[in-house]
Design a protein around this ligand. Sequence first.
Ligand code: CMC
Length: 433
Amino acid sequence: MPTDAFKTAKLSFGDKTLDLPMQSPTAGPDVIDIRKLYALGDVFTYDPGFTSTAACESAITYIDGDKGELLYRGYPIDQLAEKSHFLEVCYILLYGELPDTAKLDDFVSRVTNHTMLHEQMHFFYRGFRRDAHPMAIICGVQGAMSSFYHDSIDISDPWQREVATIRMIAKMPTIVAWAYKYSVGQPFIYPRNDLDYASNFLQMCFAVPAEDYVVNPILSRAMDRIFTLHADHEQNASTSTVRLAGSSGANPFACIAAGIACLWGPAHGGANQACLEMLREIGTVDRIPEYIARAKDKDDPFRLMGFGHRVYKNFDPRAKVMKESADEVLGLLGIENNPTLQVAKELERIALEDPYFVEKKLYPNVDFYSGIILDAMGFPTSMFTPIFALARTVGWIAQWKEMMEDPTQKIGRPRQLYTGETSRDYVDIENRA
Ligand code: CMC
């Protein structure tokens, strides 16, 4: 990104005044380049939570939180959700442009032909308790990939980075589906190359050897949309985790395992599970006011899960598409009167009119409706976050690759505002008060 020669920011403190260069992005606010601040001014900046700090340069995904806009490589999410499909979205995120037919066919074929796991990986699953959370299992199995695929962990080799990329996108549905099969005590189902990405995932989750399984195209389309809507989201917590892990030169499988671990938290990917559990706990529409009151009570740690977002302050464009998908799927399955959906719709209506939520710009986020769709498809709540991780894998890898290709990349090493004791002498135990 070029420094704008005409723009500088003047920073005065003590007896110093510094002119700091500014940079202009293609979209979004200008940034003040503070890389030389410590050298020139002997001060740090303080921004826990990174609310005002750009930690990297990126050309992959852009969010305009005020407009409620999400772009992958410039393409609006609603257009991609309507006209594209997940593997094409993966191509766009990874390589930056819409593919022609030959390039797309080649990419789809490479992913489709790498979906099997090394046969020995079965044994990892057996080491976990049956009641383990699938996020714990997929984090472990993903990390273990680096012990099986030695020929794609040399991060300095672009070809190995490419092979690792294809392997992770291809194998993640198998890893996640097998975590589910393990939890319900059913045999692992192998991937099928005649099915598209989403259909293959559904069959690996729901097929059993005893009978034929036919994938419903509407469910497969809804699954594909869930993948597309979750594929990338700028420098969120898990993506930043992947970048930070990668900045030390860690191998790509380890970096994605770090991203999975971070995603699990309820403020991030874990919110879809927490949201459906909250909707079920509310249970009936008449109990909604009680929960709204709790969400507003400063002394109660309860929050309305599936509401609010660090960046979106108008609406979450993913939630809009997800709501349409929820109506479609529940209609198909004939369960429009599902009590959880009724509670969700009424909760959304009340919260959007309530001054507390309006003033704080708290809108339903992507997780508000995704859980309802996944529940209707037959997934237990514990599988919601693993499905998010499956979809986000491409975003994590695209961001990791972008960082690896950046010649100015260096290890991430934040500073701190130290508030501990200054140097003091050790006291022998017999002399301590
Ligand atoms: N319910 C009630 N109050 C809320 C909520 C909520 N869901 N979210 C934020 N607030 C209030 C919060 O109490 C604070 O009030 P005050 O200014 O009086 O102290 C104000 O709104 C700002 O909240 P914040 O925590 O400072 O905002 P943030 O940008 O740090 O947090 C968030 C964003 C998504 C973590 C938060 O809104 C939240 O915890 N939401 C529920 C969890 C959730 O749905 N997460 C999924 C996010 S989308 C998928 C993903 O990115 O993984």
